[in-house]
Design a protein around this ligand. Structure first.
Ligand SMILES: [Zn+2]
Length: 433
């Protein structure tokens, strides 16, 4: 779907909604959802939503909407969508994806099946490094086409806001090319894309054994060039055993701060890293979080940093252990869910599948999984003033699911029940009756 070919209706009315999940709190409290508030979806039964020029203007029952004198007078100007007693919720906010790559990693897939682990695959020349070649050789147009296709697939599964990382170029030229491809794809998409620079994804082969020199290159050349071109909103670091140390992450965060970029990190996927030294940089999110010390949870809970779980990676790597979501939620940590879409550890585009894994393997309730995939994803990208909830003034980003109860969304796993998305007021296709 091309934005240029879509007509943005000025006035759009969605009516006959069985359950509208507004993700707004009756108390009016603001901030990321924590503890019990993670389960409060702000449901309106028999609902309607009115949008004007890409923004939500009113939310209520269908009965009230149809009785509204202003709406009755202007009915001819309104594009109406009869939602046919389906469920409508905010479009998912997928706050962690790596779409700028060229090829699936099928050799790694087979190697893992026959028993090799993540680090053994990396040592054998597979893993992240095998995607670098593809990106360095690819044209910007080819990368743009790939990212555009990913954005369209994500939208078809109900995702309307996507964080998109670079991180398979790992030199100045190819990181710029990746971020420019993300920008070009975002431009063509009716949805919203938040770009992140992930030069610190791995040490590229030409810097093998000289990681400090590569970190200096990131800090002194890549971050300034990216900030100057406004190609990224965030700087991300893969901080883990075999990747970058906490001290290297701190150096990169300091450079990001100096250039006005916010930060986030891949943390605790393979081994435990203490969070204290990095929380000082107020990261928007720390993602994966499989291995986190109990001693770090109170400080994390007091911070605005979101702990983002990506259970698709645990699933695809064939792990029996998943992050202990209950421990985080009960400690008051704000949690989000994302796909971690990438060719090595999570070739998964579906937020409902991430939610289903969170329910079955991490013991999150369906309501908690939905809040983690919408409003808390928006907090993780610092766009919660526009995204992740359905209330007047927010962007008209909605997903219509072909179910009559929201719990069916994670229940019918591995089947796409998203019937339609509305992105910035632009509806995709038509709902079948
Ligand atoms: Zn990732």
């Amino acid at each position: 779907m091309q934005y240029g070919n879509c007509v943005k209706p000025k006035l759009l009315l969605l009516r006959n909604i069985a359950q509208l999940l507004t993700l707004t709190l009756r108390s009016g409290a603001n901030g990321p959802r924590r503890g019990a508030s993670l389960s409060d979806l702000g449901i309106i039964q028999n609902a309607a939503v009115l949008c004007l020029a890409g923004k939500i203007v009113s939310v209520g029952t269908t009965k009230d909407a149809l009785r509204d004198p202003w709406l009755s007078k202007n009915r001819k100007k309104v594009t109406e969508i009869d939602c046919g007693r389906r469920v409508v919720l905010p479009g998912f906010v997928d706050s962690h994806t790596h779409p700028a790559f060229t090829h699936p990693r099928l050799v790694d897939f087979e190697k893992r099946i026959s028993g090799a682990n993540y680090e053994e695959i990396a040592e054998a020349g597979g893993g992240i490094r095998s995607s670098i070649d593809g990106v360095r050789k690819a044209s910007k147009a080819a990368l743009t086409k790939k990212v555009s296709a990913v954005l369209a697939d994500l939208a078809a599964n109900g995702t309307t806001t996507v964080e998109a990382k670079s991180g398979y170029g790992l030199n100045l030229e190819s990181e710029l090319k990746s971020l420019e491809a993300i920008r070009a794809a975002a431009h063509e998409s009716p949805g919203t894309v938040v770009p992140t620079f992930l030069g610190a994804h791995a040490v590229p082969p030409e810097y093998s054994g000289r990681s400090q020199e590569y970190v200096d290159l990131i800090c002194n050349e890549m971050i300034p060039a990216i900030a100057q071109r406004r190609l990224a909103r965030f700087v991300d670091v893969f901080c883990d055993r075999g990747a970058f140390s906490a001290a290297e992450a701190a150096q990169i965060f300091t450079a990001a701060e100096r250039h006005g970029l916010a930060v986030r990190a891949h943390m605790g996927q393979l081994s435990e890293t203490r969070l204290g030294p990095l929380l000082r940089y107020q990261p928007a999110s720390l993602d994966h979080m499989d291995h986190v010390s109990d001693a770090d949870l109170p400080a994390l809970a007091r911070s605005e940093t979101i702990a983002t779980f990506v259970p698709g990676a645990n699933y695809f790597l064939g792990l029996s252990k998943y992050p202990d979501a209950r421990r985080f939620i009960e400690s008051g940590v704000a949690v989000a869910l994302a796909t971690d879409y990438n060719p090595g550890s999570s070739p998964m585009l579906s937020m409902p599948m991430a939610m289903s894994l969170a329910c079955t393997h991490m013991k999150m309730s369906p309501a908690e999984a939905i809040a983690a995939a919408t409003i808390n994803g928006a907090w993780a990208l610092r766009v919660a003033d526009r995204k992740g909830s359905i209330e007047p003034g927010r962007d008209a980003d909605l997903a219509v699911f072909d179910v009559s109860d929201y719990r069916e969304i994670p229940y019918w796993f591995a089947t796409n029940r998203c019937a339609q998305t509305i992105m910035n007021g632009v509806p995709s296709g038509h709902l079948s009756k």
